[in-house]
Design a protein around this ligand. Structure first.
Ligand code: SF4
Length: 163
């Protein structure tokens, strides 16, 4: 199951309520760099303008060149949303033997995983990630503040729709 590269069915938002979120005491996660989320199955890595700036600055490319070389448009709700391309074998366009070759410039979607609205709707949803990501539930404890910073950033950096 691809989860870092966003499967469209993985949407959703945090249920806001009076009670504390289940992650109020933080959540454990450390990426094991196994690459399971970057390869083998179809998925989308959507980009914001900020992501595009970091990518193009880091790689020294004009936006038009970067988009032509590395991006595709995905029809969603009548829009065309910008996503990274995949290779024919379904690996992310930036994945190569040894890992992500754009790791330093990776977009917020990748940097913020697994702390996405869609993964935090319930403890059950969070626990379900463990079967596909060996880093979830283990390693470093991320505080509620860290988690909510990621959530806020994702809200504040809208994804690029080209129509
Ligand atoms: S540990 Fe999880 S987030 Fe890290 S590469 Fe593996 S599947 Fe992806």
């Amino acid at each position: 199951m691809v989860f870092l590269r966003f499967a469209l069915k993985g949407g959703g938002s945090i249920v806001q309520g009076m009670s504390e979120p289940f992650y109020a005491r933080g959540l454990h996660f450390t990426c094991r760099r196994c690459s399971r989320c970057c390869r083998f199955e179809p998925g989308f890595v959507f980009l914001s303008e900020e992501d595009l700036d970091v990518f193009t600055g880091g790689l020294g490319l004009k936006k038009t060149v970067f988009i032509e070389r590395y991006c595709r448009e995905v029809p969603i709700n009548g829009n065309l949303r910008l996503s990274l391309k995949e290779k024919p074998n379904l690996d992310c366009i930036f994945w190569e033997e040894g890992g992500c070759r754009a790791y330093l410039y990776r977009p917020l979607q990748c940097r913020s995983y697994p702390f996405w609205h869609s993964n935090l709707v319930s403890p059950q949803r969070w626990d379900a990630l463990k079967s596909s990501c060996p880093g979830v539930g283990k390693g470093r404890l991320h505080s509620r503040e860290e988690i909510e910073l990621f959530l806020r950033k994702r809200d504040e950096e809208p994804l690029i729709n080209r129509r």
